[in-house]
Design a protein. Structure first.
Length: 461
């Protein structure tokens, strides 16, 4: 599976190259101070121990510009060439650093399925609780990503999950970032485990019974809800679960996983024998295993450690009011569920009759937690020959700079009265922008639709 991931990411990065640049847009959030720091720190540095150290999230650099141009030509990419370039540069340990407005972030990568620069970059949170952010390049949330790359990462993670987990197996994706990742991991895992069920945490109450809640303490929106499944078969699988697979985009300290695990046990999951933490990048140093015990396994595409040297004189940003956990002006129907109430399978039913031409450059945009059905649509369009990327709106406030090159801000589409954001989707960059929503089309802010010349796809299930 790792070889497949090499192929998928190598091809996509060769094709995408260095085409994206800063641009203005709807409620442009450009931060010139952060931009200036980004420019100052762009040049690579040599670590005292002799390793090449990138001051920011630099894109892969091919050894020959001519070979890069040839690789891009007519999108006929030689997979062996792409894989060799990345494998040659995948040297660990790797040392990276990023100068942020609030301090210096230093990272050591100890193990990786791919070079660090192909998996993640850096950014600065607009959050006084934590300054830094690891931005995944394979998640399809903050950086538009090919669906095939995302699917390859699902498969690669699942290939590392122990095969002997006792069932039933409960897979939980942590909102907001890992809702789609968790669904993808469950899809790949359930291909050989029919006794598995997927459930996502959420910040959207559905009006049905709650099973538990937990806190993600460093987050801009710290409270998570876990609903009790309403389907008797799914509910029974959940309550009888003997193994947990907990999925998030990254683990910085492991505390979110520990909080989630404790909340589930206290709520009544008393048959759990094995726990697997599943992330794209793991910086937690085995914290979950140390706390829970040897029954825990950590799975990731990359692991390492970090230190953040905070500048105590730097001003703290104001915390934006994005933590709402309530039913908004556009309530959600429990009947149209894709994970908040637990599922064993989700069908590809979104926009079944949509026409997308081969070669069209398309970005499919999920909204908030509503990402899995939009991803299935993006995957379908890519299989049909379109040049497809996937991304999603978020309530996470992030400063411009480093891996965040462009940002749009707009009101949320759930009627919560909070700001939402869309990163690295520049107006005019794509032939078509398809914004997918589980709320009616009129709930989407017109300024977002207009600035992107977007088409709205409403899930009418």
């Amino acid at each position: 599976m790792t070889r497949k991931l090499f192929d998928e990411i190598g091809i996509a990065l060769c094709e995408r190259g260095d085409e994206r640049r800063h641009a203005g847009g709807c409620h442009d959030l450009r931060d010139t101070a952060v931009d200036e720091e980004c420019r100052k720190s762009r040049a690579p540095e040599i670590h005292p121990h002799g390793c090449l150290e990138s001051a920011v999230d630099d894109r892969p650099v091919f050894k020959s510009r001519e070979s890069h141009r040839q690789a891009i030509g007519n999108r006929l990419i030689d997979q062996r060439f792409a894989r060799k370039q990345f494998m040659d540069s995948n040297v660990v340990p790797t040392f990276l650093r990023a100068q942020l407005k609030r301090g210096l972030l230093e990272v050591k990568v100890d193990a990786a399925a791919l070079p660090a620069a192909t998996l993640f970059g850096f950014a600065e949170r607009r959050n006084p609780k934590r300054a830094f952010l690891f931005v995944s390049k394979v998640l399809g949330r903050l950086v538009p990503t090919r669906p095939s790359i995302m699917a390859a990462s699902f498969e690669s993670l699942v290939s590392e999950i122990p095969a002997d987990l006792p069932g039933p197996v409960l897979v939980i994706g942590v909102a907001e970032a890992a809702v789609g990742l968790g669904a993808g991991v469950h899809r790949a895992y359930s291909a050989t485990r029919s006794d598995s069920v997927y459930l996502t945490s959420t910040r959207h109450p559905l009006g049905t019974d709650l099973f538990s809640r937990f806190e993600e303490e460093h987050s801009h929106a710290s409270t998570h809800l876990i609903h009790l499944p309403v389907d008797p078969e799914v509910r029974d699988l959940m309550l009888q679960a003997r193994s947990l697979i907990l999925v998030d985009d990254e683990a910085s300290t492991g505390k979110t996983f520990l909080n989630l695990h404790r909340a589930l046990i206290e709520a009544g999951l008393n048959k759990i024998e094995r726990v697997v933490t599943c992330v794209l990048t793991d910086w937690s140093g085995g914290a979950v295993r140390k706390a829970i015990g040897e029954s825990t396994t950590a799975v990731s595409l990359l692991s390492g450690s970090y230190q953040f040297h905070e500048d105590q004189s730097a001003p703290l940003p104001d915390m934006l009011g994005v933590g709402a956990v309530s039913i908004g002006g556009w309530p959600l129907s429990p009947r149209n569920d894709w994970g908040r109430l637990g599922v064993r399978h989700v069908d590809d039913t979104l926009a079944p009759n949509i026409q997308i031409q081969p070669g069209e450059k398309v970005v499919v945009v999920g909204t908030g937690e509503f990402v899995w059905r939009p991803f299935l649509l993006a995957e379908r369009a890519e299989r049909a020959g379109a040049d497809v990327y996937f991304s999603a709106t978020t309530r996470s406030p992030i400063a411009i700079g480093h891996a965040i090159e462009h940002a749009l801000s707009f009101p949320d589409n759930y009627g919560l009265g909070i700001p939402n954001f869309l990163y690295n989707v520049k107006p005019g960059e794509f032939d078509r922008v398809l914004i997918c929503t589980e709320t009616p089309a009129q709930a989407l802010p017109a300024e977002l639709v207009d600035v992107l010349n977007a088409e709205i796809i409403f899930d009418e299930q």
